[in-house]
Design a protein around this ligand. Structure first.
Ligand code: NOJ
Length: 557
């Protein structure tokens, strides 16, 4: 296996709006991030993935960009960004920027021009079509609900938007558009940034003729016609040739609906496209047929199946990214652990589970503190466009039960992840001296960074140790993965193998005790405990009575 620095790194995601406010306007900003670099250095992370900080009217909190080469006023200035970059580099850390080029904002100059007339030079930067019999050009729906098409009077045509109507899709078929994007990427790389996280990058190629989803419904999910589309690899290979291959950088592509076969192409070992992708498969194990808001209890069996498939299918052929939450997902300790009685233990167990797998681990801000989901009383307290649209569609227009929909928001809403980072127990959790744009989680008095830094057994220091172990032991980065105790419904255990060494990772995913039985085929002379979330003294690993959410990692020789 080829060694690469981005395989050995740990990435920390900053969602700037919620990270740290430096000027009291209630919105996190770049200077706020810079003020916390030493905190991140202490944690031990290598790379920051910065969610978008570009100019944006904030219809989707920065994922709708109106100028790719300017900074959003609320977040600061280009000088602030350069300072952040310098300060990171001084400490040997790197900066990966978000790249949102499946769509732009409708306030981007390209779109403003594109709308003006059918023969405007920017017309073909976007996807325009006339209606069909007075209706939308096809039946696709947007990720945020409703039709994926918006009618525009000026030219009597519709434009495609897979997200909000303020996020028109860019037309990658147009070589001029592609060139503009590559030039913009090069401009950032010349500034010294170290990589890109590419937003929904597997949606950039749409099927020829933009066919309707079959079945004849007026509105339907057309995913098969725009996810992993016909020219996506061609575009990414071109991007790689024109831009990526010229820099020593890190790339990760967000790829909803990508299979492991797709992943092996996107994240292939020859480095002709991207370094790795984000899969969504493990994020879907608690969704019913109705999609993300159709709640379904998740099963350990399904988690084992999905994770094992990604570990084994990519082995030697591609590279995994490892995550259990981000700015679009609920908090992992609330979703997969127990955020009450076993908050501390389950947060540490989940971290162990993830960081010991093969792939590059991603920590989402506040995860290292065990931040949890939030329950606001009314829908007005939420900010997220996805939540607001869904609530309108289901409750206001669809007359579904308010409380049932609120429960779905409590479980799955993106604002669970977006409440401000809890720095201390002062007002607004030390996030801002003003009024926060989104309320803080009331549990900040207990769960906060100040407390964590004062307690040597905290979740924070546990993450610090996990990260240090990754630097010390090659097997954690490069070892191959094998699932053991496949059918156990409480314990997720696996091994990693590199040469003569084995790593044994044991995680109890339940709030009950559970017996771990070492499979007979695992032979060893010595077992050295590398980390555990409980005090340990016994070294006999043939039979272990695990406590609730207990996890242990042994190095076997
Ligand atoms: C994925 C991003 O992570 C999400 O926050 C955003 O809403 C959509 N892509 C659209 O850009």
């Amino acid at each position: 296996m080829q060694r690469k620095w981005w395989k050995e790194s740990v990435v920390y995601q900053v969602y700037p709006r919620s990270f740290k406010d430096s000027n009291g306007d209630g919105i996190g900003d770049i200077k706020g991030i810079t003020s916390k670099i030493d905190y991140l250095k202490e944690l031990g992370i290598d790379v920051i993935w910065l969610s978008p900080v570009y100019k944006s009217p904030n219809d989707d909190n920065g994922y709708d960009i109106s100028d790719y080469q300017a900074i959003m006023d609320e977040f600061g200035t280009m000088e602030d960004l350069e300072e952040l970059l310098d300060e990171l580099h001084k400490r040997g850390m790197k900066l990966m920027m978000d790249l949102v080029v499946n769509h732009s904002s409708d306030e981007h100059n390209w779109f403003v021009e594109s709308k003006k007339s059918k023969d405007n030079p920017y017309r073909d930067y976007y996807i325009w079509k006339p209606g069909e019999n007075g209706q939308e050009p096809n039946n696709w729906t947007s990720f945020f609900g409703g039709s994926a098409w918006q009618y525009d009077e000026t030219t009597d045509e519709y434009f495609l938007h897979l997200f909000s109507k303020k996020q028109p899709d860019l037309n990658w078929e147009n070589p001029k558009l592609r060139k503009e994007i590559y030039d913009m990427m090069t401009w950032w790389l010349e500034k010294g940034i170290d990589g890109f996280r590419m937003d929904v990058i597997n949606l950039i190629s749409k099927a020829d003729g933009l066919p309707s989803a079959p079945g004849g419904k007026r509105y339907d999910w057309g995913g098969e016609f725009f996810m992993n589309g016909p020219r996506v690899h061609e575009y990414l290979q071109e991007m790689n040739r024109e831009v990526l291959s010229k820099y020593d950088m890190i790339t990760v592509g967000e790829c909803p609906g990508a299979s492991t076969d797709d992943a092996i192409k996107y994240a292939n070992n020859e480095d002709t496209e991207l370094n790795m992708i984000f899969t969504f498969e493990h994020m879907d194990i608690d969704s019913g047929p109705g999609g993300k808001w159709d709640l379904k209890p998740w099963k350990l069996k399904d988690l084992k199946e999905v994770m094992t498939k990604w570990q084994k299918d990519l082995e030697g052929k591609g590279w995994n990214s490892l995550y259990l939450n981000n700015h679009d997902q609920p908090r992992m300790v609330s979703r997969f652990g127990n955020d009450e009685e076993y908050h501390d233990q389950s947060a540490k167990m989940l971290a162990t589970f993830l960081h010991m797998m093969q792939g590059t681990p991603y920590i989402y801000q506040g995860e290292e503190l065990g931040m949890t989901n939030v329950r606001f009383d009314s829908v007005e307290e939420y900010n997220d466009i996805e939540i607001k649209n869904m609530y309108r569609e289901k409750v206001i227009e669809g007359k579904e039960d308010h409380q049932k929909v609120m429960e779905a928001i409590y479980e799955k809403g993106r604002d669970n992840a977006r409440t401000p980072v809890q720095w201390d127990d002062s007002e607004n959790a030390g996030f801002t001296s003003g009024k926060p744009w989104l309320n803080v989680n009331p549990n900040y008095k207990v769960i906060n960074a100040k407390n964590a830094l004062e307690n040597k057994d905290s979740i924070f220091y546990y993450y610090q140790k996990l990260i240090q172990l990754r630097k010390e032991y090659d097997i954690i980065v490069y070892g191959t993965y094998d699932l053991i105790m496949e059918d156990d419904d409480k314990i997720y255990a696996y091994t990693r193998t590199l040469g003569e060494e084995k790593l044994l990772v044991i995680c109890n995913f339940s709030s009950e005790t559970a017996d771990f039985v070492l499979p007979e085929h695992i032979n060893y002379q010595s077992a050295n405990l590398l980390i555990s979330n409980y005090e340990q003294n016994s070294e006999d690993i043939s039979l272990i009575a695990l406590k609730p959410y207990e996890s242990r990692v042994y190095l076997l020789k």
